[in-house]
Ligand binder design. Structure first.
Ligand code: NDP
Length: 500
């Protein structure tokens, strides 16, 4: 059963299979962004807690790596079943701590369930390669070996899904994990740790250390024994982590921001495009790394699209996501609200035309939470800051275009390269777009969101550093390739010399 939460309860770290108070004795309050109501107290752990987790993980990992992978996978299978049983409760808690509407919260929990079953299947694959040797009576193969102790640092916007994308492949591959969840959203981490505890995962294979990025995250980066850091979050923090890992020769996988665009061609199904834009721009209140924040629309459809979007935006219900009728929830915190508000000012100053929204909602029940009105700018120039920088809120910019080539050029002109989409009925445009859009994900006749867990997730350029979450590609982050040669000739054969 999912836990019964007591108001302002103090959470504990999960280290070596034990629930422990932080050695600092410090906590901070977590609030519901929809109501500002205090939920729990989350530990602000210290470096010593990370050290304890590293010791526990090192010890546990040696034995865990020797457990046959199909047996390791059975733990994930049980985790998936438990998540399925608790899906509704987990979704409600997720809405309370993160704010996303309940329908999306259910979708996020489902993503974790899917990942559990998918990665459990990997326990019977974890494929390596066999290949002929250049010498007689010699056998050659490559196998995946666990890296050892790995660190994962996750953000608040997908507090359970992203954690499963990272921890499940790490665990099935035979690693031990130290996980620092975002301070804003610790309840999902607590629930997932409890599920792992009940699943029979040996103590110390998963450790959760709550605390700030600057203290706990930094300590993880500095720990010699943590050989991989897998991070999702802002570009600024990702770059800093990468630089520090680089100087320590530590592997680092980064998944960061996006400035994702929908292209609406002149032959698009306009109703479908409107639906796709609304879902991917205002879902999770625009706080997705794949959120649509630019729409390149063909001049011939621009006015119609503006009209249709204005009508649909006016129908969006905004409020507490626990209410099934609500379509757009709150922004995670005050800093998020201020950041979005500032971009509205920037957009106006740059000369973009504000069609609707553009303000913090402060009257009535909205005044108790962090709500921002869904916003639409038009006549946006592709070089404006609102068309270049990640806003992470419910703000969309319409950019008129006259050709697919122009749309592709604009799409590719930003520093990020996560997700893009095109609405068209023209098969030539489809294939040209999927080839030329410089993003890790391309959608055709769908919005910019909706990744499935068995495909690689990640982007080009400033979105990351070439690694991918989810899909089989995630295993590359958490394994080392080991080449194995077996000589059964009974004599010493020298590669590249005894070949004739
Ligand atoms: P951050 O990058 O600050 O946080 C992401 C995670 O990294 C959190 O767990 C955070 O810890 C941790 N962290 C912060 N500083 C450090 C550090 N020095 N060393 C190690 N770990 C660290 O993102 P925010 O949550 O503050 O969001 C800011 C912006 O980032 C958003 O507005 C958005 O633009 C972008 N973002 C992108 C996401 C994506 O999916 N690509 C997801 C989330 C954010 P803690 O917060 O607990 O201190």
């Amino acid at each position: 059963m999912a836990k019964k939460w007591m108001k302002e309860e103090k959470l504990l770290n999960y280290i070596g299979g034990l629930w422990q108070a932080p050695s600092s004795g410090k906590y901070t309050a977590v609030t519901n962004p929809a109501t500002s109501e205090k939920l729990v107290q989350v530990p602000l752990s210290a470096e010593q807690d990370v050290e304890g987790a590293v010791e526990a993980a090192k010890k546990a990992q040696r034995e865990w790596a020797l457990v046959p992978a199909p047996q390791r996978a059975e733990v994930l299978y049980r985790v998936g079943l438990m998540m399925k049983e608790r899906k509704e409760k987990l979704a409600q808690l997720l809405t309370m701590e993160n704010g996303k509407v309940i329908e999306e919260a259910r979708g996020e929990v489902q993503e974790g369930i899917d990942m559990a079953f998918y990665m459990a299947g990997e326990g019977r694959r974890l494929f390596g390669q066999t290949t002929p040797s250049e010498l007689k009576d010699k056998f050659a193969m490559s196998v995946r070996a666990p890296v050892g102790v790995v660190g994962i640092i996750t953000p608040w916007n997908f507090p359970i899904a992203i954690a499963t994308w990272k921890s499940f492949p790490a665990i099935v591959a035979g690693n031990a994990v130290i996980w620092k969840p975002a301070t804003e959203t610790p309840i999902m981490a607590y629930e997932l740790a409890r599920i792992f505890e009940e699943s029979g995962l040996p103590k110390g294979v998963l450790n959760v250390v709550f605390g700030s990025g600057s203290k706990v995250g930094q300590a993880m980066v500095e720990q010699e024994a943590i050989r991989v850091i897998s991070f999702t979050g802002s570009n600024e923090v990702g770059r800093k982590i990468a630089a520090e890992c680089g100087s320590r020769l530590k592997k680092v996988s980064l998944e960061m921001g996006g400035k994702n665009a929908v292209i609406v061609m002149d032959d698009a199904d306009l109703s479908l495009a409107v639906e796709g834009i609304l879902w991917s721009a205002f879902g999770t209140s625009g706080q997705r790394c794949t959120a649509c924040s630019r729409v390149m629309v063909h001049e011939s459809l621009k006015e119609k699209l503006e009209e249709r979007l204005m009508i649909e935006i006016s129908k969006l219900t905004i409020g507490n996501g626990l209410d099934e009728s609500i379509k757009v929830g709150p922004i995670i915190n005050q800093a998020g609200l201020e950041k979005i508000k500032n971009y509205i000012k920037v957009g106006k100053e740059e000369g973009a035309k504000l069609l609707t929204g553009g303000y913090i909602m402060e009257s009535g029940a909205h005044g108790r939470g962090n709500y921002f009105a869904p916003t639409l700018f038009t006549d946006v120039d592709p070089g404006m800051r609102i068309a270049q920088e990640e806003i992470f809120g419910p703000v969309v910019s319409l950019i008129p275009i006259n050709s697919l080539e122009e749309a592709i050029e604009i799409n590719n002109s930003v520093e990020y390269g996560l997700s893009s989409s095109i609405f068209t009925q023209n098969v030539n445009h489809v294939f040209q777009a999927q080839r030329d859009l410089d993003t890790g994900i391309v959608y055709v006749n769908a919005g910019t969101t909706g990744a499935e867990i068995h495909l690689p997730f990640g982007g080009t350029k400033g979105t990351g550093n070439g690694h991918r979450d989810s899909g089989v590609a995630a295993l590359d982050v958490f394994t080392e390739w080991k080449a194995v040669y077996v000589d059964f000739s009974g004599k010493l054969q020298r590669a590249q010399i005894d070949v004739e």
